[in-house]
Design a protein around this ligand. Structure first.
Ligand SMILES: [Ca+2]
Ligand SMILES: [Ca+2]
Length: 282
């Protein structure tokens, strides 16, 4: 019995050290909360383009301001929106992009103008054979189909990790009933020239590529909202990469793992000191 009691601190010390090593190994090797997780590419609507700009100098990253989930506007009113990109892999090679903007019913929106240049992926300003096959504007009927491609060689992206993909000016149809309406993005693909990894945002492609997170009217929380003749629902705008879904969660798990590790080490040191003191007293 005495030997068992005397052995207890050693057992506690060993268990604590093993537990600490286990936590450290789990954290290091990429179990949930691994620090090495690659953030997903985010594509979505910013309902107020203020602060979004791309210098297009081939060096300076684009600027992405606050991502506004909603705009409040009277029927008949006009405003601009951006389709934005966040967490684009550096030095990727986007050769084309395509998507649909969907709205309604009701058919509450007209798209007046579209701009596919001065953006993060400025294919139309690159060499080769750029081609804009997007639906013409004005476009008064959903969906609005966008396809921009470079049929020449791929030019690798400048070190742009975020910014805008396109900008639109739109008008809410006169007589639209008061309500909150959402825009959604469909058939989104960022075609790349780096086989066999597949196209970005296209998990069903051949080969399948990594999917993207789409911040639109179907996302939780909702983005791409147009509040007609009423205020936007209570929803605070968020800014840039700090709000990347998944990243903050994994960071939180990393912190929990580190805290557990610290607690285990402290326990091990305490047990060790107690055991040493007991041996000295004997
Ligand atoms: Ca904005
Ligand atoms: Ca259309």
């Amino acid at each position: 019995m005495k030997a068992m009691i005397r052995g207890l601190p050693l057992a506690v010390l060993g268990a604590a050290l093993l537990a600490a090593l286990g936590v450290l190994a789990a954290w290091w090797t990429g179990s949930p909360g691994a620090g090495a997780q690659v953030p997903p590419v985010i594509v979505g609507f910013d309902m107020n383009p203020t602060g979004n700009s791309c210098p297009d100098d081939g060096v300076t990253n684009c600027t992405l301001g606050t991502i506004d989930p909603c705009i409040s506007v009277a029927d008949g009113g006009s405003f601009s929106i951006d389709v934005f990109l966040e967490a684009l892999p550096v030095a990727d090679s986007i050769l084309c992009f395509s998507y649909n903007i969907n709205w309604g019913p009701p058919d509450f929106l007209d798209i007046n103008t579209q701009t596919h240049t001065s953006t993060t992926v400025n294919l139309l300003a690159q060499g080769g054979a750029p081609l804009d096959m997007s639906e013409v504007v004005p476009d008064a009927t959903s969906p609005h189909s966008v396809t921009v491609a470079d049929y020449g060689a791929a030019e690798y992206n400048p070190p742009y990790t975020h910014g805008t993909l396109d900008r639109y000016s739109v008008t809410v149809s006169t007589g639209t009933a008061a309500g909150v309406y959402g825009l959604t993005l469909g058939r989104l693909t960022l075609g790349r020239d780096v086989p066999p990894t597949g196209d970005l945002c296209d998990p069903t492609g051949d080969p399948p590529g990594p999917g993207c997170v789409i911040w639109d009217g179907s996302f939780t929380p909702q983005y791409g909202l147009v509040a007609v003749n009423q205020a936007c629902p209570g929803q605070a705008p968020v800014g840039g990469i700090a709000e990347l879904p998944g990243v903050s969660d994994s960071s939180a798990l990393d912190y929990i793992a580190l805290a557990l590790l610290a607690a285990m080490v402290l326990l091990a040191l305490t047990a060790g000191a107690w055991y040493t003191r007991r041996r000295r007293l004997r």
